[in-house]
Every structure is written in C-alpha cells, then in structure tokens.
Unconditional design. Structure first.
Length: 523
C-alpha cells in the first residue's frame, strides 16, 4: 500500500493532461478505482490514525488531535495512543515506512520505522528492529526537507523555490529508502505500507501557484510555487513507477483519504473566531489593529519577504497570563502527563486561554475548521453556562458567528454550522460543542454589533478542502474500471479482505472487494 498524504487526485489528473504523470495515469487506468469520501471526519486531521486503527472518530472516540483539559483550560496537540489494527492481524508479516499515527510500540508484530519525514507524524520516532532508523540515515542521510515540512514561504519567491527543490529531493530519497527497506533490509513481508508525505508538505505552502483563482496567484512567488508543486508530483510519479517495477508481482493499493485545495480555515479558526468570542463575552476587543505595508486591490494583506505569519500577529494578540492557581494547575498537569504531546502556544487561539474560564464560549485551537467549546457548569472546572441554558447559549453563539460577513466581499463567512450533540455531558475532551465550516477563506470579519476584525494575512495557502480522495487497486485478476464513490473508512477493511484475513469486530467501514467482484467480467 502506497499512502499519498495530502495528495489531490484532481490536481494529479490535471498534471496527467499536461503529460507530467505517466505512471500515475498507467496505474490508475489499470486498476479498480474508487472516489473516497471522508465526509466531515476529514476536519479531524486524523486521516492516518483512521488508517492505522481502522476506526472512525465515532467508533474510536477521538475527534481531533487537539485535547481540551477542562480543569486547566488549555489545549494540547496529542500523539496517538491508539492500537494499530495490524497488531491484531495474525499471521501477517507487516513492514511500515513513515506511517503517520502508527504506534509501533503497540504493534510488536510489525517492523519498520515512523516519524522519519512525515507531515504530522502523530508518534515519536520509533523503529523495529532497534537501530533501524540509524541504519537508514547512515545510508540515505537525515530527512532532507525538515525545514519545509511546515514551511512558511508564500511571501518569498526564493523560499518557495527552496521548498519545492527540497521536497522534490526528499521524495526521491524516500523512494530509494523505502525500496531498500522492503527489498533488502526487511524483505520477508506480506504487507508493506509506505506513506509519501511530500505532497502534503508542498500543497499547504505552495497551493497559490497552481490555483489561478487564489488571491495570491498574482504575487512573485506564485511561479516558483507552481514549479515546486509540479516537481513534487513528478517525483511522486517516478516513485510510483519505481515501486511498480521493483515489486511487479505485488498487489498494489494507492490511497489518498481526501483531496486538497485552497486554505479557508487558518485565519478564521486560529485568530478571527477567538477574537469574536472574546468580544461576545466581554463587549470589547483584545486584538489590536494590524497595519500592513502593502495589500492587494481586493484587501488581501501582504507580508515582507522574510517575515513569518506569527510575527505579524504577536504584538496584536499578546499572550495573556493566567492567574496563579491556574498556572500552578497547568504545571502539575504537565509534570504528571506521560502522554507525548505538543504545545499549541504558537497559535493565536491559544493566547486567549487565560480568559476562557470567564467566557461562556471560546474557540479551541484548530487547523481545519472552527471549533467552539462551551464553558458549561459542572463539565468545565469554572463553568459559566448552566446545563439547562446550554442549547440557548449555543444557539446565540452560532448566531453571532453566522452574522459575520467577509471584509473583502461582504459575503457570509460560514458555509455550515453543526452541533452533533445536545447533551453537554456527551462532549468529550477532543470534541467541540459547535463546529464551523468556513466559506471563501475569510481574512477578516465584520459583525453588526461586535465590529470588524482583521484583515489578516494568509498562513497556509493550501488546505484540506478538496472533495474526494481515491483508492486504486492494481494487480492480477483485478478488473480495471471506476467503481463510484466509497467511504474513506472502507479502505482498511478492503486491505484486510485482500490479505485473506477475517474482519476484526468493531472496526469502521466495509470491504469494497465485493463491489469489484460483482463487476468482474465473466470468463
């Protein structure tokens, strides 16, 4: 299985028309292909945990990598603590390479390594057998694009070029290292899983280069951004051809859980929504106006070439210091926690945490959508909203967000607001009470009562907004063709079925093999 993390199949098909991806075109045409619909669960940011465990958020009870700590009013980004499905498959020899959110410690029957150059690895670097990662790095060196896994480069043509070149090299080395692992170092396997993450690391900072409708498509870095994305996709195409040639008898699964597209969430989720809810709670502003030296005619702020997104907002949104008791409780929580996690203090949303105990609702740090946590009495430590008033206050908050308009064009900033649960006690630590899907990449809000917020500059230009992912199965006796739309959660049961294994109880989705078999031409 070749997992293509952050890969957009519609963009790849466009590159096929340009003659840039012949191997992808050949394999896609030769296989049984499905469009994959990840639904709202793609906003969890846990697509590779879904692949690792075979569990959807509703079945695995984890809705986000961000955990809210209700006693200390802070949020952390946590590594996975879930057991991989491969740990429970008997008689299957498995080797994984850079599988995000795959906890090798919990799968003692699996060999390989994780967190070499993955985008959002979700686990600490681990290898089995011991020393495998050192062996690989002795042969191929350290990951060559570590500066660009989360690189910020759209203001600079030079940095956009550097990002594209480094990620191209990383893809080429990934192909060599993964084939060495599966052919020479650990050749006795029934299932080999290799995840390619360079497409993810390229799309997020460089999308404006390949999207002619993006507001930043007109700036100097767009040409280098486009070249970078094309070069990375070309390197991925080479990797696909090299793997097919190296393992001609293997059944090959190509999978991307969902598509990619323009980023519409960073600015509203990370900065605008937290400020809006602060004003909703206190009737005054916390974020100070930010002045930018230059802007596009449509009002999109531009940043100087060597600036960073966070630097432009640090003075406008300072980190508020919590009270003594809350600081002490946070230190105690950190000292007692044995779970690997990452702090989110870099995100503007986290700079409001000192105010959260006094607010009826606040914005959790989020990467893909807006997430509002209600401060419910009896659930949160210093809850303000009585449980009997929960739905009424939730509706008031949702209404306040719905009234916001985009500063650039006056259109609504919201595409969809949904509240999955009506009982606040059912909302767990990785969940929100209100979820917001944004519309039109709002860089600034205007509200009839709470005033204007922003505009602020883009952080990432690409994001997780594409419609479909894809699954293609290539191998002997697999009838080629397109078999329609399936759930992204059907990939893992399909893989289990193709391995000749029985489905494990409690897992999400269903095997797609019967859909292929039903369409098999009669002999």
């Amino acid at each position: 299985m070749l997992g293509l993390d952050g890969f957009d199949v519609a963009l790849a098909q466009r590159f096929v028309q340009e003659g840039r991806m012949p191997n992808f075109a050949r394999l896609y045409a030769a296989g049984a292909s499905f469009d994959l619909d990840h639904g709202r669960d793609k906003y969890s940011g846990l697509s590779w945990e879904h692949m690792s465990t075979g569990l959807s958020p509703s079945d695995g009870a984890r809705w986000s990598a961000v955990t809210f700590h209700k006693r200390t009013y802070e949020a952390t980004q946590d590594c996975t603590v879930s057991r991989p499905l491969l740990a429970d498959l008997t008689g299957v020899r498995s080797v994984v390479f850079d599988f995000p959110y795959f906890d090798l410690h919990r799968a003692p029957n699996v060999q390989g390594l994780t967190s070499w150059g993955a985008h959002d690895p979700g686990v600490p670097p681990t290898s089995r057998p011991d020393g495998l990662q050192a062996e690989l790095e002795a042969l191929f060196g350290p990951y060559p694009a570590s500066d660009w896994i989360y690189g910020f480069c759209w203001p600079s043509a030079a940095k956009a070029q550097a990002a594209g070149e480094a990620l191209y090299r990383a893809t080429k080395i990934r192909s060599q290292a993964a084939r060495w692992l599966l052919q020479e170092r650990l050749p006795d396997w029934d299932l080999g899983v290799v995840v390619v993450s360079e497409c993810h690391s390229a799309i997020e900072p460089l999308w404006h280069g390949v999207d002619e409708h993006h507001p930043l498509h007109c700036i100097d870095s767009a040409l280098q951004a486009a070249n970078g994305v094309r070069s990375v996709y070309s390197a991925i195409d080479d990797l696909l051809g090299e793997f097919r040639d190296s393992f001609p008898d293997a059944l090959l699964l190509l999978v991307a859980m969902h598509g990619m597209g323009p980023n519409d969430a960073d600015v509203p989720a990370m900065a605008l929504l937290p400020e809006l809810l602060y004003r909703f709670a206190f009737g005054k502003r916390y974020m100070q106006p930010v002045q930018f030296d230059s802007m596009l005619p449509d009002g999109t702020p531009l940043l100087p070439e060597n600036s960073l997104w966070g630097d432009s907002l640090r003075g406008a949104i300072p980190t508020a210091r919590p009270g003594v008791k809350l600081r002490l409780m946070r230190r105690i929580r950190r000292s007692l926690s044995a779970k690997p996690m990452y702090e989110l203090t870099w995100m503007p949303a986290a700079r409001y945490t000192a105010f959260w105990p006094d607010m009826p609702a606040f914005a959790l740090p989020s990467f893909y959508d807006g997430r509002v946590r209600m401060n419910v009495r009896g659930r949160e430590w210093q809850g303000k909203v009585p449980a009997v008033a929960y739905r009424k206050m939730r509706d008031q908050v949702a209404d306040a967000v719905s009234q916001c308009r985009n500063l650039r064009d006056g259109k609504p900033v919201v595409s969809e607001i949904y509240c999955p649960k009506d009982d606040p006690s059912d909302v767990g630590p990785t969940e929100a009470d209100i979820y917001i899907v944004w519309q039109g990449a709002p860089l600034g809000f205007t509200h009839p009562r709470l005033g204007s917020i922003g505009p602020l500059p883009y952080r990432r230009t690409g994001g997780h907004t594409g419609r479909y992912g894809f699954l293609t199965v290539v191998g002997p006796n697999i009838p080629a063709g397109h078999y329609g739309v399936a759930s992204s959660f059907d990939v893992v049961p399909t893989m289990v079925d193709l391995l000749g294994q029985s489905q494990l109880p409690g897992r999400s989705g269903q095997s797609l093999v019967p859909r292929i078999d039903l369409a098999r031409p009669a002999n």
